[in-house]
Design a binder for this molecule. Structure first.
Ligand SMILES: Cc1ncc(COP(=O)(O)O)c(C=O)c1O
Length: 425
């Protein structure tokens, strides 16, 4: 690897009180945008840049480093996607105030141990960085108005029905709590999910292709462990749901953020390398909210087929579509079995249940079942059985049943709820 310093070594980039000392080198292996990304990331992890510190604009950065604006924009997009910096509309770009502490402890694994803050108390993991997404903040419960997206309203949980289902199931528990069951999950629940997915999402799957997991997050781990090899490219949307990106990274993948516009993922910017894994939210992009156009979906599938890639489709909130008919999932268009579909009950019921499912291509189904066994021997029988009881009601086999609370929740979440809440407070 040869490094040649450029004509302008170590320019100091000023913005407000912040001065970024960035040294660019012409390298055969590392692009300029990666160098900018790496150096800013190191400054944040080393504590040189602190939460809420202002960053230079991409225009300032590009002009002072002598690189194209696009290079600076791409470096910033990646820093945003991975949670290091964030933009405040009309104000500027700032260092993210809520990076998880673990990132500070171990992400800069190239720095000597003694230089790492807190190294003596909490050494980095043997595999290096272990970045995690932000999940919960106990202080939030005290907020009068909570703008955290995608969390169901506690008042809408069907508590009575759920305790009824659990009691019912316990009456007929048999050996189920005293023995192991299929690591893929209760067959009847997998049948009910398959039956629901075909008309609702256009996903036709055999129950054997389904593995019940502890929410999407468990699904990301299952799929990641099946597909990711150290160094393989993991395409993530920019911006994206960090919970998925960090799992892929923790398994050794190299994150490859691809920008999102009003039609979803910009497929023209997908890597032209074999064997990548792509994580997408085509039905309702997280966090922007756009829907991937049909044209882009078809191009994404064609890319996966051409480059032997697999696509992880996170369909986290498909139950909530207030206008128009339900969209066909990407998996519903997947003729070459390149898509792994992930669903969760976190949005329609609650994330405290930790219940979701993965629909695997036929050729990965048995491997998925075995991987679940390696991970944790499957999920709790009681939760599966209770969810099954509830799903029997969803499909309308019992009068009214859960369809009624679900319609109520749709009404509760639809309309100008935000406007009403703002007026109230
Ligand atoms: C886009 C997206 N995917 C997945 C998840 C995680 O879901 P689960 O609770 O099923 O792990 C979330 C949680 O907020 C999310 O926003």
């Amino acid at each position: 690897m040869t490094f040649m310093t450029t004509d302008r070594p170590a320019p100091v980039v000023k913005s407000g009180h912040v001065q970024l000392s960035i040294i660019l080198a012409e390298s055969e292996k590392t692009t300029l945008q990666n160098q900018i990304f790496d150096q800013i990331r190191s400054m944040i992890l080393n504590g040189q840049l602190k939460g809420d510190d202002p960053m230079p604009t991409t225009r300032e950065l590009s002009s002072q480093l002598g690189v194209s604006r696009n290079t600076a924009v791409l470096a910033y997009e990646r820093l945003i996607a991975e949670g290091y910096i964030r933009t405040k509309p009309y104000v500027g770009t700032f260092v993210s105030p809520d990076l998880p502490d673990t990132a500070f402890l171990s992400a800069d694994h190239r720095a000597p141990l003694a230089e790492q803050a807190g190294a003596a108390d909490e050494p980095p993991t043997p595999c290096g960085a272990l970045r995690t997404h932000r999940l919960a903040d106990p202080g939030r419960r005290r907020l009068a108005a909570d703008f955290w997206v995608g969390r169901p309203d506690a008042r809408s949980f069907p508590l009575k029905a759920w305790s009824h289902h659990i009691k019912n199931r316990l009456k007929a528990v048999g050996f189920n709590l005293t023995s192991y069951s299929d690591p893929a999950g209760l067959l009847e629940l997998r049948r009910a999910i398959a039956k629901h997915l075909a008309p609702a999402r256009g996903v036709v799957a055999d129950p054997d292709q389904i593995v019940i997991v502890g929410g999407c997050q468990d699904g990301f781990n299952l799929v990641g462990r099946l597909l990711v090899r150290p160094g393989c490219a993991a395409v993530v949307e920019s911006p994206c749901y960090q919970g998925a990106a960090f799992v892929l990274e923790s398994l050794g993948a190299t994150l490859h953020p691809v920008p999102v516009d009003q039609d979803g993922l910009d497929v023209a910017r997908l890597p032209k390398t074999k064997g990548a894994v792509a994580y997408v939210t085509p039905s309702h992009q997280y966090p922007i909210g756009v829907t991937m156009s049909l044209q882009r979906r078809l191009e994404l599938l064609a890319w996966a087929t051409e480059y032997d890639a697999y696509i992880m489709e996170d369909d986290y909130d498909s139950d909530f579509r207030f206008v128009g008919s339900p969209l066909t999932a990407l998996k519903g268009l997947d003729r070459n079995e390149r898509v792994i579909y992930l669903g969760t009950f976190s949005k329609c019921m609650g994330p405290g249940l930790r219940l979701g499912y993965v629909v695997l291509p036929r050729r990965l189904a048995e491997a998925g079942r075995r991987m679940k066994m390696l991970m944790n021997n499957g999920q709790s029988w009681l939760e599966h059985a209770s969810r099954l009881e509830a799903s029997g009601r969803i499909s309308g086999r019992r009068r009214g049943g859960e369809a009624r609370p679900r319609r109520r929740r749709r009404r509760l979440f639809a309309g100008d709820r935000l406007g009403a809440a703002i007026r109230r407070h």
